[in-house]
Design a protein around this ligand. Structure first.
Ligand SMILES: *[C@@H]1O[C@H](CO)[C@@H](O)[C@H](O)[C@H]1NC(C)=O
Ligand SMILES: *[C@@H]1O[C@H](CO)[C@@H](O)[C@H](O)[C@H]1NC(C)=O
Length: 527
């Protein structure tokens, strides 16, 4: 590409990212926007301790959370854990357990911890329940030396209580979480708190979970990196389930490298989720995923683009930014195979037609009941108990306003019978004859798409991995991302492309200047 065109391209990219709020004044917090590698360097050079870092975030949370409402609980042990990480680093024997040593992490409030914190999916029904053990991913995080900072808000029950009536980012315990870029803007869900807290520099990184777009979509809408691993690459044990065939736990971060360091700490076999994790463990490369942070990672890749039916309904500014991004990918050595079609895409995009919704309703009841049965202490032991709790506490749970129609439908189901087995087989066939066939026939390394179209459709039903990277802002300040998705186990390629794209564009901006007075931008009540 001629240098002049490249320059124009970059100018257009830059114009897309003009900060929404321009503020004069100094940036007081150099810790904001710090990366994990930067923090580890500061630890090594004795310029920073984990305890100082935790205190920095606690201060930010105290100031910002009343406005953004993205965090439900602070871990009372966080400072003690940070001191422990500092002490261990000072001792000669183990200087650093991993890249996550001493790094604060927030967990979506559906991930069990064996400590003072509650795990509630945002609902009062589970407040006071005790799991009695860490989720599989939390065990791994603690071994890696991470500090568990707290629990992030989410769309209550992953919005499965009453989709689509429950607003994205709302839960009874936390109220309405706010998009940090646009007052009143959609936060998407369900891992909304995990995305917002990272975007607003209230933590280093966080964990979200995804069944159908729940990591990729809030990452997209809050301008962070969302990483949805292949189902089974990360253990789901001790995480409130929706549909085990599709549930996966993954990182949300400000940079691809941060997401990858977190991923490296949580992947692997877990005897409590043995079938899925042993099958996916064969995908984990020797030396982990860090080696794929390759700034030339776009070179030689074959990327497919599916336009129909998504582009027609997509915002024009997002589509035109995407065309520029395709140019950039080509300029960096990718081959773009444009305008591919996925057979049966209309069925795949419609959870009722594909049977996905029906399967979810049956599996949600049986897997949730199993989860509730295993809690050490709880006053609710079944979906029926939760429905009853909501009926007894209509004001707490805003029952009149939002209802619980999906819970009631789910409660009517009766395990996995013939109908459900057929639906599961049909979904598998849609993936094999659709996405997998196109990937193989066209010899693609990945699909690339603007926004969330891929994540909510072909990638969701097959348990395939995806990474969303910030890709610009609309004229009203609303962020959007670009999504790379591939076959099971294709994380190395996705990381290469996502990292190379990010390094070439660096489009993410923090949502507001650190010295900016948020209250003058957001006009919602803080009561
Ligand atoms: C967990 O919930 C109980 C209420 O049942 C509350 O007293 C406690 O403070 C909560 N834990 C944390 C860490 O906020
Ligand atoms: C498209 O962008 C405009 C302005 O940036 C915004 O008001 C509108 O809500 C967007 N529409 C969609 C579907 O995202």
């Amino acid at each position: 590409m001629a240098p002049k065109r490249l320059l124009l391209l970059f100018l257009r990219l830059i114009i897309l990212t003009v900060p929404i709020i321009t503020v004069k004044g100094q940036d007081d917090f150099t810790l904001a926007e710090a990366t994990i590698e930067g923090l580890q360097r500061a630890f090594d050079e004795n310029k920073l301790t984990s305890l100082q870092l935790v205190d920095f975030y606690l201060h930010r949370i105290e100031n910002l959370n009343p406005l953004l409402r993205c965090i439900l609980e602070i871990n009372p042990d966080a400072r003690v854990q940070a001191e422990g990480a500092d002490r261990e680093r000072r001792s000669n024997r183990h200087r650093r357990r991993s890249f996550m040593h001493g790094i604060p992490v927030l967990l979506k409030d559906s991930i069990d911890t064996n400590d003072e914190m509650n795990t509630t999916a945002g609902s009062y029904a589970l407040l006071g329940s005790v799991a009695g053990r860490d989720a599989g991913v939390v065990e791994k995080l603690r071994k890696a030396g991470a500090v568990i900072l707290g629990k992030a808000s989410l769309t209550e029950w992953y919005s499965f209580r009453a989709f689509p009536i429950i607003p994205n980012g709302w839960c009874a315990r936390g109220g309405q979480a706010q998009n940090p870029y646009v007052a009143g803007g959609d936060t998407c869900g369900s891992s909304s708190g995990s995305a917002i807290s990272v975007a607003a520099n209230m933590v280093s990184v966080s964990l979200g979970s995804e069944t159908h777009g729940s990591i990729i979509c809030p990452a997209d809408y809050n301008s962070v990196v969302g990483f949805k691993p292949t189902v089974g690459l990360t253990s789901r044990a001790g995480v409130i389930p929706v549909l085990p065939k599709q549930d996966t736990i993954g990182p949300m971060a400000r940079t691809v490298a941060d997401a990858v360091h977190l991923l490296d700490a949580i992947v692997g076999f877990d005897p409590r989720d043995s079938e899925a994790t042993s099958e996916a463990a064969r995908f984990i490369p020797d030396g982990g995923y860090r080696q794929f942070l390759n700034e030339y990672g776009i070179m030689g890749k074959r990327l497919g683009v599916i336009r129909r039916p998504f582009f027609d309904t997509m915002n024009r500014s997002i589509v035109s930014a995407f065309e520029n991004h395709l140019d950039l990918l080509r300029a960096r050595g990718a081959t773009i195979i444009d305008d591919l079609e996925i057979p049966n895409i209309d069925i795949i995009s419609d959870p009722t037609a594909s049977g996905e919704l029906m399967l979810m309703q049956a599996e949600f009841k049986s897997s949730l009941n199993q989860y509730l049965k295993e809690l050490r202490i709880s006053s609710v032991r079944s979906l029926a108990d939760i429905i009853e709790f909501n009926q007894m506490n209509p004001e707490l749970e805003k029952l009149e306003e939002y209802g619980q129609h999906m819970f009631i439908e789910s409660e009517k189901t009766n395990g996995i019978g013939e109908k459900e087995r057929k639906a599961a087989e049909y979904l598998e066939k849609l993936s094999l004859d659709g996405f997998e066939k196109v990937m193989k026939e066209q010899k693609l390394d990945a699909l690339v798409a603007p926004g969330i179209s891929l994540a909510m459709t072909v990638l969701a039903i097959g348990g395939y991995p995806a990474i969303s990277v910030p890709a610009g802002y609309q004229s009203n300040g609303m962020p959007f991302g670009i999504c790379f998705g591939g076959l099971k186990g294709s994380e190395p390629k996705l990381i290469e492309m996502a990292y190379a794209f990010e390094q070439a564009t660096r489009l993410r901006k923090p949502p507001f200047s650190q010295s900016f007075d948020l209250t003058s931008h957001f006009h919602f009540e803080t009561a």
